[in-house]
Design a binder for this molecule. Structure first.
Ligand code: ZN
Ligand code: CU
Length: 482
């Protein structure tokens, strides 16, 4: 008697997300879940895919995104599904789209990274934002953090000072509301002006509700340059005070004076992991990207404008060129371009390689989906790790690369039933060619889809096939199981 499943993928190399060596098998999917893995000669699929020569991996988890709004405004999620990503974590770096009592006509940087026009800041509470995400799902799953900077902007008349006790208690109740609604944790962006005056104590008190809900504390640290070690210590301290896991976002060391110091930072992180839960992610590039600010110019060898609201024609241009066209200094050009974003070349390959290779490092793109000429990490991160770093450079085996973007991330984020190819798990899957998978997005042409990604399924439904999105939007809003 033959059994029929919705989909059977045959003779595929299963890279299951655990880091274990790949094995040849057939994979059957029923509805939104993986039904069977093994020799399925006796079963048939309503749809059959012959996949000899291809790898099947769990859908990639983008652990660090700013997709809060794009999930709603461009839910086909092309930059992500074209790379094999099926889950995104939003609300990073202290910036979340909710809660916001009223639309912001000129959002305070860096809140403008999510929406420079401010009209998407329309969800007063996390419950409202989450019901929007549920009623119009995207092509990928998502899980969300509540941003400390967003809370400061809505609860303080002046962000250039530490918060008062009353402000702290109001921010704390927003964190509580977000966690009740199903947020997976909170994020800070202490390096950015609107949160730079927050004390360690303020962060601990605002994030207090994380303890009860066992939410994650994710941080774009106060500094990733000269005082990176002190910033790590502060992050660990906050995690200990709250008794929750700490996630060091987009770990890097910046500025020429600090090149090579990832040796120190990773040693400290490894030691601390013996004492408290700590995790980290990074993106596979030597340039960073965020808002355009004077503060970041000095440590950067080269700076390229990614968007500008006042002088949009300069998107994609080198800041030095902009200054010469405008006939002014670089500093003056920065002022005239505001509000704006930029790419900063300020890291070294040794550090990027060492951090990527570190056993516990997960992969997160930090892509900025609304930038006019975005950093290529938005379209290229995952295939770049598989192609450039794993296959071509041999930094680690393919199985390890996949683990860093699937099983490890699902485990650290508490995304139960995801991140591994196992019977009963969600059918979030990516079929790719291990010989050709590669990023195509460059700093010159940053919006080119990757090569070698054949088909991508979210919850059993195809979202990327034949080099295009399918229009399906099967994504779920995920919660954390601590
Ligand atoms: Zn950040
Ligand atoms: Cu970020």
């Amino acid at each position: 008697m033959s059994v029929t499943f919705d989909l059977v993928i045959r003779d595929v190399d299963v890279v299951d997300g655990s880091g274990a060596p790949r094995f040849r098998a057939d994979v059957a999917v029923d509805g939104a879940h993986i039904a069977r893995i093994g020799d399925l000669a006796g079963v048939s699929g309503r749809e059959e895919v012959r996949a000899a020569g291809f790898c099947l991996a769990p859908g990639f988890i983008d652990t660090h995104t700013h997709d809060d709004r794009v999930l709603l405004s461009h839910g086909e999620m092309m930059p992500k599904v074209s790379q094999g990503v099926t889950t995104v974590i939003g609300g990073n770096c202290g910036i979340s789209l909710a809660p916001m009592p009223r639309p912001q006509s000129v959002p305070v940087p860096p809140l403008d990274l999510l929406d420079a026009e401010g009209t998407w800041y329309r969800y007063k509470r996390f419950t409202e934002y989450f019901s929007a995400l549920r009623s119009q799902p995207a092509a990928t799953n998502c899980a969300m953090l509540v941003g400390h900077t967003t809370l400061r902007v809505i609860e303080m008349d002046d962000v250039n000072r530490p918060a008062s006790a009353a402000e702290i208690s109001r921010m704390q109740s927003h964190v509580e509301e977000a966690m009740e609604a199903g947020a997976i944790g909170a994020s800070t962006g202490l390096a950015y002006a609107p949160a730079a005056c927050a004390t360690t104590e303020e962060v601990i008190e605002v994030c207090r509700p994380l303890t009860l809900h066992q939410g994650l504390y994710c941080t774009h640290m106060r500094d990733e340059g000269d005082t990176v070690m002190e910033s790590l210590e502060e992050s660990f301290l906050i995690g200990r005070a709250l008794q929750v896991p700490v996630l060091i976002s987009h770990h890097k060391v910046v500025g020429q004076a600090n090149f090579g110091r990832s040796e120190e930072t990773l040693q400290l992180i490894a030691e601390q992991m013996q004492k408290q839960p700590v995790c980290l992610d990074c993106y596979p590039y030597e340039a960073s990207s965020t808002i355009l600010t004077l503060k970041l110019l000095n440590a950067s060898k080269r700076t390229v404008v990614t968007w500008s609201r006042s002088l949009p024609e300069f998107a994609g241009r080198d800041l030095d060129d902009v200054a010469s066209v405008l006939g002014c200094s670089r500093e003056e050009a920065v002022t005239r371009l505001q509000p704006a974003g930029a790419v900063y070349f300020r890291m070294e390959d040794r550090d990027v390689n060492r951090i990527l290779k570190f056993e516990e490092t997960m992969i997160g793109s930090d892509g900025l989906p609304h930038d006019e000429v975005p950093h290529p990490r938005l379209w290229g991160t995952f295939p770049r790790v598989l192609g450039h770093y794993s296959r071509d450079m041999g930094l680690f085996p393919l199985e390890k690369a996949v683990h860093k973007m699937t099983g490890l991330s699902a485990t650290r984020f508490g995304l139960a039933g995801r991140g591994f190819l196992r019977e009963g798990y969600a059918a979030d899957m990516v079929l790719f060619n291990p010989l050709t998978v590669a990023d195509q997005a460059t700093f010159e042409h940053p919006m080119r889809p990757a090569m070698g990604i054949n088909t991508v399924w979210t919850n059993g439904a195809p979202v990327w096939r034949n080099s295009s999105t399918t229009g399906k939007r099967p994504g779920h809003l995920l919660r954390r199981t601590a």
